[in-house]
Design a protein around this ligand. Structure first.
Ligand SMILES: [Mn+2]
Length: 280
């Protein structure tokens, strides 16, 4: 089966608990371009998986999921923040598929009270790049600005320019490098995230946080990355506290489909794990 909607997104909007949408923004990519095809490719690959997630004993066919399609990206900030405000106002969980990472701050600014967990290879902690504060290389900085003091924690980091390094130290920004993730192991990594991020969570997954051997279809690949199983297990652990989720930077022209498949699978795992947590 193929289709234009995410698999298992068969609910009507009014009955839905999860609202998936695409934000195919692709204007500031600095290396390989093509993330505008991300949502389409993730939806396509989502049909390769069984709806049943056996290790969680959750059947996604029984979960109310709605896919509202792609936003037009004529005014990305307005479209995304308004869509997310509407979704969370109706007490549903938004799941956004990028597009470049610049879309994440527009979603985060719709929330009034979240901490943000980011997976990324790149610290994205510039005030601007090429004169543009909304460049995808500025995503963490932008999110920090809209969070009004709530913490943001990038995990999987291994690319930081010198000015970002100095700025992060000056601001007291916590981040966890890919090497630190390996040193800690999953359980201690989860404990550390628990300590650093209180309350409700927004989870932003830049798929390039995962090693390019698992996720080669990205705009800016960065070797020495983290394992998708670690990302899955952290997402599963924190899903019950998550009120929003995004999956960004899948770049289909650089992909054989496996990166988009991994992205789709992580979205499904997020939903299944959140359902499981809410049953407890
Ligand atoms: Mn990145």
């Amino acid at each position: 089966m193929g289709g234009t909607l995410f698999s298992d997104a068969t609910a009507a909007l009014k009955d839905s608990k999860y609202v998936i949408f695409g934000a195919p923004l692709d204007i500031t990519g600095t290396h390989r371009r093509g993330t505008k095809k991300g949502p389409e490719s993730i939806r396509h690959e989502s049909y390769t998986f069984e709806p049943f997630v056996p290790d969680l004993d959750i059947d996604l066919e029984e979960v109310d999921i709605y896919d509202m399609g792609d936003l037009p990206m004529k005014n990305p900030r307005k479209e995304i923040s308004e869509a997310v405000r509407e979704i969370i106002g109706a007490e549903k969980v938004p799941i956004m598929m990028g597009g470049e990472h610049s879309v994440s701050p527009y979603a985060v600014e719709a929330f009034s009270d979240v901490s943000v967990l980011v997976f990324d290879a790149h610290l994205d902690y510039r005030e601007e790049l090429h004169g543009d504060p909304n460049n995808h290389a500025c995503a963490t900085m932008r999110m920090r600005h809209v969070l009004k003091g709530k913490p943001i924690l990038p995990v999987g980091i291994r690319s930081i320019c010198k000015s970002e390094f100095i700025q992060a130290k000056h601001d007291g920004l916590n981040y966890i490098t890919a090497d630190k993730v390996r040193e800690l192991g999953t359980k201690r990594l989860i404990d550390l995230i628990e300590d650093l991020l209180p309350g409700k969570l927004y989870i932003s997954v830049d798929i390039d946080g995962i090693d390019p051997s698992f996720a080669p279809g990205v705009g800016t690949p960065e070797p020495y990355g983290i394992d998708p199983i670690v990302v899955r297990d952290v997402i599963r652990h924190f899903a019950g506290r998550a009120v929003g989720f995004d999956m960004v930077e899948v770049c289909p022209p650089a992909d054989n489909g496996n990166t988009a498949a991994l992205a789709a699978r992580l979205i499904k795992d997020f939903i299944a794990a959140r359902e499981k947590e809410l049953m407890k």
